[in-house]
Design a protein around this ligand. Structure first.
Ligand code: ATP
Ligand code: MG
Length: 756
């Protein structure tokens, strides 16, 4: 049997052997915290005779839990394993035994996001509250975030007196859940807390059962999780928490780094063990990551060293655009593979989900299998499938599945009854769309239902007509807007009640932008819309048949936490993207982005690539992003070839600084530019190349040289395309379709439009 203390350094050994009082293991990335925790569990069982059922080990993700279980199996052989689970899974296990105290049956159902939305939608309908007044998804996000903070409906009402509607809906929602003997994700934690708070005998039973509670990634616990930990432990419990404040990256989701930094206040008898030796990364990678996170103010200084060799210098790649960046990554992976590296050794990280599109395409083009962890592959994403269904219907009206998918997406008041009524005629008409027409003709549908289905058909007809005269990427852009799909998301991105809800909607919008960018790449290469759809159908098909184990891992930086890979690519190292512009250019949010960068870099064991693109496609226009400030925070001598090349993006930025004053002040569409001299991010307009997709057929020309299809910039709405000109002289109006807000009619004289 393995010696459980061999292969550990002195402080790790102390952590394994520690006996008296709570223990905090606070140490930097790759220093063997998770390893120490795992060995401690094994040691307790094998050497101290603790029964596995008396131990509860909590991890951050199911993947981490599986890995820890595998490690334990390797260390312990076939003996019984302890409880290793995420907070959520732990709560399910407790509730399965105890939930009857709260009036639920033990066979309770767990509602997922979809079930949750369905229920909220029903409730809104019952109350005759329009989804325009309160979006189900916004309500769900508000409820989730309340639950994350341990706030119930009544308290919610008191805290947010102006959100009475949400508070009431929240109360009814809880009521319905209970009636259905169901709980949602947020409830799992909340109900467990309530159970343990309200039923002392239950609490004591569990406190006595778990003699040992161990929690990994403690820096990312939120308030409810912390409360749960307090309730499950008593002074006699051996509590061991493990984490790194430099890796706290879920503040935006309610995680409280104070839980780890203030641990010794809540637990004054706690011992603190620090680990300082990193075993994971080369000295170069470690130094570079340390330099970046060292730029954060108010940070607890941590020593981290390694005996590992310096290894290779970091590779910083400047690509002309996002397409080339993805091609670089794919080509390099192929090269590494030829040199004998397995695909499983490599991971590609990105900041936002939307970035995966270009990478996925490049990998496919290079026939490199990949697996996406903690996310959905691009073409399988809800919003991508939704809008592509519209396109499929236009190309092939017989695609009844696609028609059904979009008939009430976004919500346009066509309910299931209407759909069923139409479906009854499907066979007679030949397909679902024809059945819609038939149902109208024969006046099978009446009143509001007939009107709405009629409008839906008119919408499709207008798109079909536009498809004849517009390049399909542009048609798609118009479709996203005119179908109401984009505006609904936009509205959500601005008005969702919680930061999480807003971010989710923004993420979906970014995916749609990426979809358009991909289409434009395809159209530019001369591909027809039919080719495009075929290619996508093929992608989905191929993936299903590919069961090869050797795959590159693709994931967001957030989901990379706790993992390690010999070779890591961090892409999109650009201002505005990473640090994300959502995070603002300073303050705690920037610090969190920097910690995320530290997390990403410290996943790499041997080789680290950092790439950025000088320009990136956003809605068919180019956005020029200077390299991320994080790149400049890495000492030059750690980067391959640094010093030889001038910083090209800064030069571009300087040239662009000559843009008009209006651009400097412009609102939503500008690109953030890193100004080397001032150490400040200044906003300037990104110049736009001539737009290939713009229609040339129009003859109408305005005095300012504007005509149909001209790309323009507006001080508030950003980049748009001229759709129509009306009237003349001082009263001339222009209708512009803006990427940010949709169509706007403006008085030309005052619009201040600048052709770009
Ligand atoms: P993170 O902060 O990223 O979660 P961590 O502190 O949990 O990192 P581990 O994942 O436990 O670090 O360890 C990092 C790597 O170093 C692993 O590959 C682990 O096997 C190895 N390692 C840890 N401790 C030792 C040791 N004493 N001797 C040799 N290798 C070790
Ligand atoms: Mg770890």
């Amino acid at each position: 049997m393995t010696d459980l203390l061999a292969g550990l350094n002195e402080p790790q050994r102390q952590a394994v052997l520690h006996q008296d009082g709570p223990l905090l293991l606070l140490a930097g990335a790759g220093s063997g915290k998770t390893r120490a925790l795992t060995h401690r569990v094994a040691y307790l069982i094998r050497e101290r005779g603790v029964a596995p059922w008396q131990i509860m080990a909590v991890t951050f993700t199911n993947k981490a839990a599986n890995e820890m279980r595998e490690r334990l199996e390797a260390l312990l052989g076939s003996s019984e394993l302890p409880w290793v689970a995420t907070f959520h899974a732990s709560c399910v296990r407790i509730l399965r035994q105890e939930i009857h105290h709260l009036g639920f049956g033990r066979d309770f159902l767990i509602y997922d996001d979809q079930d949750q939305l369905r229920l909220l939608r029903e409730l809104l309908k019952d109350q005759q509250i329009s989804e325009k007044v309160l979006k189900p998804r916004a309500a769900a996000a508000a409820i989730d975030s309340a639950k994350n903070s341990g706030i119930g409906p009544t308290e919610y009402g008191n805290l947010h007196p102006d959100e009475r509607l949400v508070a009431e809906l929240y109360a009814q929602y809880q009521h319905k859940l209970k009636a259905a003997n169901a709980v949602d994700f947020g409830d799992l934690l909340l109900l467990t807390v309530r159970l343990l708070e309200e039923f002392p005998e239950v609490r004591e039973r569990w406190q006595q059962r778990f003699r040992h509670v161990l929690i990994d990634e403690f820096q990312d616990t939120n308030r409810v999780q912390y409360r749960l930990m307090q309730l499950l432990t008593r002074p006699e419990t051996a509590l061991c928490v493990v984490g790194d404040d430099d890796q706290s990256i879920y503040r935006w989701r309610g995680a409280e780094v104070g839980n780890i930094l203030g641990f010794d206040i809540d637990f004054p008898t706690a011992s603190v063990i620090r680990l300082e030796q990193n075993y994971r990364s080369t000295r170069t990678i470690l130094e570079a990551a340390g330099a970046v996170v060292g730029c954060n103010p108010d940070r607890r200084e941590k020593q981290l060293w390694t005996e590992n060799p310096p290894g290779e210098l970091l590779h910083v790649e400047t690509a002309p655009d996002d397409f080339e960046e993805a091609r670089f990554v794919a080509a390099e992976i192929a090269e590494l593979q030829r040199a004998g590296h397995g695909l499983r050794e490599m991971a590609v990280f990105y900041r936002t989900n939307a970035q995966s599109r270009a990478l996925e395409e490049a990998l496919r083009a290079g026939r490199i299998p990949y697996v996406m962890f903690g996310g959905v592959k691009f073409y399988a994403r809800l919003e991508v499938k939704d809008v592509l269904s519209y396109l499929r219907v236009l190309i092939n009206p017989q695609d009844s599945l696609a028609v059904r998918r979009i008939i009430n997406v976004p919500a346009r008041g066509i309910g299931n009854t209407t759909i069923e009524r139409i479906a009854a005629y499907e066979e007679q008409a030949g397909n679902f769309l024809a059945a819609c027409r038939l149902a109208l003709q024969e006046q099978i549908l009446k009143g509001a239902a007939a009107k709405r289905v009629g409008e839906f058909l008119a919408l499709l007809d207008s798109f079909t007509e536009r498809l004849q005269r517009l390049p399909y990427p542009q048609l798609m852009a118009e479709l996203i807007h005119d179908s109401g799909y984009g505006p609904a998301l936009q509205e959500e991105a601005q008005n969702a009640l919680t930061a999480e809800g807003r971010q989710e909607a923004k993420g979906r919008l970014e995916n749609l932008e990426q979809l358009l960018a991909g289409m434009e790449e395809h159209a530019t290469a001369g591909g027809s819309v039919q080719d495009y759809l075929e290619q996508i159908a093929l992608i989905t098909d191929l993936e299903q048949h590919d069961d090869s184990q050797q795959r590159v891992t693709l994931m967001t930086l957030h989901s990379a936490k706790g993992l390690e890979f010999p070779i890591v690519f961090m892409t999109g190292m650009e201002e505005g993207l990473f640090p994300h512009s959502r995070s603002g250019a300073m303050g705690e949010e920037l610090a969190e982005e920097r910690r995320l960068c530290y997390v990403g870099m410290t996943r790499a064991m041997q080789r680290l690539y950092l790439s950025h693109a000088r320009r990136r496609r956003v809605y068919g226009t180019w956005q020029f992003n200077p390299p991320s400030r994080f790149l400049t925070e890495i000492p030059g001598q750690l980067i391959k070839g640094r010093g030889e090349e001038a910083a090209p993006a800064t030069k571009t930025a300087a040239a662009h600084n000559l843009s008009s004053l209006a651009d400097l002040m412009s609102g939503q569409e500008e690109t953030e530019v890193w100004d080397e001299n001032q150490d400040l991010a200044v906003s300037i307009a990104a110049p736009q190349p001539p737009h290939r997709g713009a229609t040339e057929s129009a003859t109408d020309e305005g005095p300012a040289g504007l005509r149909l299809g001209t790309r323009v910039r507006h001080i508030k709405f950003g980049i748009g395309t001229v759709r129509r000109l009306e009237g003349d002289g001082d009263k001339q109006k222009v209708i512009v379709y803006f990427n940010s807000v949709g169509s706007k009619k403006l008085l030309l004289k005052f619009a201040g439009l600048i052709p770009v």
